[in-house]
Ligand binder design. Sequence first.
Ligand code: OXD
Ligand code: MN
Length: 593
Amino acid sequence: MPTGNAFVDRWVEQVRGLTTPDRVVVCDGSEAEREALTAECLASGELIALDQQSLPGCVLHRSASHDVARTEHLTFISTTDKDDAGPTNNWMARDAAHARLTPLLRGAMAGRTMYVVPFLMGPPGSRFSKVGVEVTDSRYVVLNMRTMTRVGAVALDALDGSDDFTRCLHAMGDLSPERRFIVHFPEENTVWSIGSGYGGNALLGKKCLALRLASWMARQEGWLAEHMLILGLRSPEGRTYYVTGAFPSACGKTNLAMLVPPESMPGWKIWTVGDDIAWLRPGPDGRLWAVNPEAGFFGVAPGTSHKTNPTAFEMIRRNTIYTNVALRPDGTPWWEGHDDPAPPKALDWQGRPWTPASKEKAAHPNSRFTTPATECASLSPEFANPNGVPIDAILFGARRQRRVPLVYEARSWQHGTFLGATLSSETTAAATGKVGVLRRDPMAMLPFCGYNMADYWGHWLDVGRALTRPPRIFRVNWFRTGDDGKFLWPGFGDNLRVLKWILERCDGGGAAVETPIGLVPTPDALDRNGLRLRAETLAHLLRVDAAEWVEAVEGQEHYLRSFGSHLPAGIYQEHLDLARRIHDAVAPEGWTR
Ligand code: OXD
Ligand code: MN
């Protein structure tokens, strides 16, 4: 069944020859197709119907128990020159990658159907947008891709007969981590993924195309592909601002993107443009403009409730694919942190009987919902604007219990790039491995940057030079804890108080004090109207203790030097300046370095 694009058809033919499926189906993105695929999945058990009265169009999928998160150690960048992948990526030589994966792909779809999914990342008719074609033998992947991207004629039309598309080959294989690989070939604009059906490993438009390969393209073409939410905020005075925020996986991007203002801050309106990925380009006006390349949300279910994210909680009642949540006897899903208390009995994420007395969690900590953006009540009217939205501020956030204040502002684009480059965060369940371990996660892109991380920082500096009106850059930390280990900041809707100060700074207002690490709000500068927060707690949240930073700066020196000659001079200079300011603050007199 040809697609009408000779390049796509030729590649599909090659993949068919290698993977030998019984059938090839080209997806058109239609509603009839969704219904037919869903019916097949319900019949095969790949999907379980949820209560259609309360949750119309919602289904549940249970994945293999060892295939529940991104597997970063099995994710590779395959380039001719190892240096191009850099020290933070796993690298495989191109020939070695072909030699290792080809036998796994040979015959991998025998007895199965191969679906060809042409998809568009970004709004139709936008110079930001890119086309991919995913070939997969998973119906679950097809259904998720339909939600997360724009599928069918819209993509083939954008291709307009050319071969400018990312070749995304996905096969389920036997799902064994022993034979699982996610390999990116940026020089060939290709991804091969075998052995996993999990979102970030298998929905190849998301992390593989929209971040790893797009970051590579962006470097050639003078733009940025970032792991960032995009948020619009209309102030009570009627001015609309746009903010992007880079946070590591499962650190609250979806919640921030759908923030609901506290009642004590009337007149604010929040618009959601994106919750995970931003493509940013310098505009003709010297500002930075952003689009969300995705068409849906692939959010973390646990912790989602009316309190934390009422917009998401409402949105996921319709047309949502749930993955690895628990199932209540009435056919509705449940997870830890849900509004409803734990059900007396349920089936856990693996379909096993569960009660509140069970030792294990009912939902997997990385269980997810996949929901079309159009279901989101706060979706921005600019969501599909081909020109994107102009960005006023960029946030870098991470999970840090200690040392890092609630918010501080960078002194310049270069200093802000340095703040992003030196971001560290405590790990979460979005990737396999230990949770809660502090790791460096520059720009929240550690698992997603498709090339040498230090060259990427250099590219940030270059993009900054192309902007005459660059966004201001801020570091935020909602996760600072007190001596009792409890979070000091209420977070969620109250984060608007921090955003308000940020926007005031963008307008030339907002009181701030200079500290060695950057500009921190004075306690009075944050809107605390209606917020019950003790003065000492606020002081703790905003405290910059230079002595605590000495060790951090020493570790940074070693880290930055590990990038060798790729490290941009501007980033190292910022490090030296920070070290000097910290040392001056700690030992103002007689300090020698
Ligand atoms: C995601 C992730 O799924 O970052 O967005 O893991
Ligand atoms: Mn993400």
